[in-house]
Design a protein. Structure first.
Length: 151
């Protein structure tokens, strides 16, 4: 079966570090997110990487993957993405509250490219301390993203 990710972030050594699944779904719970991730793992849809982000317009669910398990595991963190995604949505004149899947993926890819072009200090100033505090920034610095081709 083909493994899939909406967006993969690689480190400078071309190793996958973060899997991002972007969905334009709202009003979810961490339990729902844990079940969604478990289902993707059970169907062998996700490549291997130490971090997984289920990116939704109103919440990011973040996992630091320490060991592989088909069990339902709730996210390590829940992050409010609006402070750093709304400015990007405003550039293309869309509302995060009514965004299509493809446009949301575009915003996530743009945000990730901005993160990769940032310094640690930039992230700490711009409501993205979690990227630094989890050690994620250190692991992706100098890396690149790969966006899945539209079906």
């Amino acid at each position: 079966m083909t493994q899939y990710a909406d967006i993969l972030v690689y480190n400078r050594n071309r190793q996958p570090v973060v899997i991002i699944e972007a969905k334009s779904k709202f009003n979810t719970t961490k339990e729902w997110a844990g079940q969604m991730r478990r289902n993707m793992l059970a169907h062998n849809l996700l490549p291997s990487a130490p971090y997984f982000i289920l990116a939704l317009p109103d919440v990011f669910y973040f996992w630091e993957v320490k060991s592989f398990s088909f069990d339902t595991v709730n996210p390590t963190l829940q992050i409010d993405p609006k402070p750093f995604l709304e400015p990007l949505a405003n550039i293309i004149n869309v509302s995060l509250d009514r965004i299509s899947g493809q446009r949301f993926e575009l915003i996530i890819a743009t945000w990730l490219n901005n993160v990769l072009a940032s310094t640690e200090e930039d992230l700490l100033r711009n409501n993205q301390t979690w990227i630094v505090e989890t050690g994620l920034f250190e692991k992706i610095a100098g890396g690149f993203i790969k966006v899945a081709e539209a079906a």
